[in-house]
Design a protein around this ligand. Structure first.
Ligand code: MV4
Length: 497
């Protein structure tokens, strides 16, 4: 086993990895940009090194600087976290070339899954179901039209080197195809430096369910079941849970076995996630594989009782998986809420700045994976994820009640957060009943807008009534009394922040 690990990341995930290393008796090396000198991960690591200016391209994405810090500090292994360099085969190769253990999959496996068209072909060969579509990038308008006719409209155009929803185009009819193709190509070209696109039949109102896999370097592959990630807004997940309210043990086994077959087919080693779309009939289709640890990994940890980061460390050190598929047990229910520094009342606009005060929830079966602290200033250069709140309960109902309770304890002042939307969703009858789909948030927003319209109407009616009273020379009645002064006494004013 290596004894010193460099964490090539920041924020809550760097903190998460530092914690696993410390528990495993490994020394940790943090890196920080000029904007992150006071960040939590810097304070928690055994040592920390500056790597450059705030823009990620000059710091967290600067491979040679990271490798240089590893060399200088004597780190023998590198954990990339998620985002940044985690899915760049060139970084995994640069680590190997510098004699460092990359705590992640082999470069070839990252590459094999980075090209989504090649990944589809691999899935087909491994007998993993895919959405009907192309097995090679579309050549021209005529080729695209042929494919679309074959699979049937509506279709989706996706970037071959994309993923996560960037550069996708929904096409409902043949007449829209050439324009959508041009737009998708141009978007893919500027976003990924590769204009190749492919076509899939559009799956209406799908659920997003993903399978966690672990593979060691000795040919052993197991799955740790699914995560339900259907509560998303613009391809950003807000809430994740394990298990999925939709999954039966039978569906879990079939999806899990498919995910393991795919991992084996690309020689996968370490932790990975296979994403599937599940249609209203319960059929599942391979979407893409994420060749890294995911933001939402804690829900799997709480339900399986396994520490995914420690498993990553052991696998990277060349150890065999210490358990088999039959040893994997799922117990109870876990839900994760992402606490982002965003203003949900202003279109989820980022809300960087200083956290004036912070009170985190606690109590039974509540976990907070945070990258911040009271007094910390959230920089504007990186993503808005401040913390993740994860709860466990023996069943979904208990977990939902516990999440409501935990969110009600959460107090953040100084920056806006997504806490109010999360509280709203936890009360929503469809969420409570487990009626989830990727359309949930869009519907919620539409409902909110309709409600806001209703409120505007109410205000207009009240204003008209007041004007009528005034014209009649009478006084409007006083509004009813507020909360009891007894209930108010001794309580600070409840601020929405
Ligand atoms: C789809 C789809 C429907 N049909 N593919 C969005 C993220 C990217 N990984 C794939 N995505 C989708 N691909 C076909 N053939 C619908 C989506 C999709 C979606 C998927 C998961 C979660 C939320 C979503 C929101 C909109 C669209």
């Amino acid at each position: 086993m290596f004894t010193k690990v460099l964490i090539a990341n920041r924020g809550e995930i760097a903190v998460r990895v530092i914690r696993a290393c410390r528990e495993a008796g490994l020394r940790t090396v943090a890196v920080f940009s000029e904007a992150d000198r006071d960040a939590l991960h810097v304070r928690l690591a055994d040592e920390a090194h500056a790597i450059g200016p705030p823009p990620a391209a000059e710091s967290y994405l600067a491979m040679d600087r990271l490798i240089e810090v590893a060399r200088r500090s004597g780190a023998e292994a590198v954990h990339p976290g998620y985002g940044f360099l985690s899915e760049r085969p060139a970084f995994a190769e640069a680590c190997a070339a510098a004699g460092l253990t990359f705590i992640g999959p082999p470069p070839a496996a990252i590459r094999a899954m980075g090209d989504k068209v090649a990944a589809r072909r691999t899935a087909i060969a491994a007998q993993v179901p895919v959405v009907p579509g192309t097995e090679s990038p579309v050549r021209d308008d005529a080729d695209a039209a042929r494919v679309a006719e074959r699979v049937g409209y509506p279709v989706m155009i996706k970037a071959a080197m994309g993923g996560g929803g960037k550069g996708m185009r929904l096409v409902r009819a043949a007449a829209e195809l050439p324009g959508a193709l041009r737009a998708a190509r141009s978007e893919a070209g500027s976003a990924f430096g590769d204009a190749s696109v492919y076509i899939e039949r559009y799956v209406e109102e799908p659920r997003h369910i993903e399978i966690q896999v672990l593979a060691d370097g000795h040919g052993n592959v197991v799955h740790l079941g699914e995560r339900e990630c259907s509560i998303q807004r613009r391809h950003q997940k807000l809430i994740e849970e394990c298990p999925s309210p939709f999954a039966t043990p039978e569906l879990r086994s079939r999806m899990g076995e498919a995910a393991c077959r795919l991992a084996s087919a690309v020689g996968y080693v370490n932790a990975g996630t296979v994403e599937f779309l599940v249609d209203t009939e319960g059929r599942f289709y391979f979407l893409e594989m994420n060749t890294r640890l995911q933001v939402e990994h804690p829900v799997t940890e709480l339900v399986t009782g396994r520490d995914l980061v420690k498993e990553q460390l052991r696998i990277a050190a060349g150890e065999k998986l210490g358990f088999s598929q039959d040893d994997v047990r799922w117990s109870g229910w876990a839900i994760e809420c992402r606490i982002n520094a965003e203003d949900p009342f202003a279109g989820f606009l980022p809300s960087p700045g200083q956290i004036r005060s912070l009170r985190s929830p606690g109590g039974p079966s509540v976990r907070e994976d945070s990258g911040v602290y009271a007094g910390y200033t959230i920089p504007r250069y990186y993503d808005t994820l401040m913390a993740k709140l994860i709860v466990w309960g023996p069943d979904r109902e208990t977990a939902v009640a516990r999440m409501r309770r935990a969110l009600s304890e959460y107090h953040v002042a100084g920056v806006r957060t997504t806490i109010p939307v999360l509280e709203h969703i936890m009360e929503h009858p469809d969420f409570v009943a487990g009626r989830l789909s990727t359309a949930f948030i869009d519907r919620l927003m539409l409902a909110e807008r309709a409600e806001a319209g209703g409120a505007r109407r109410s205000v207009a009616i009240i204003a008209a009534a007041l004007a009528a009273y005034e014209q009649a020379g009478r006084r409007a009645p006083l509004p009813s009394a507020g909360p009891s002064p007894w209930a108010q006494s001794g309580r600070p004013a409840r601020r929405r922040s």
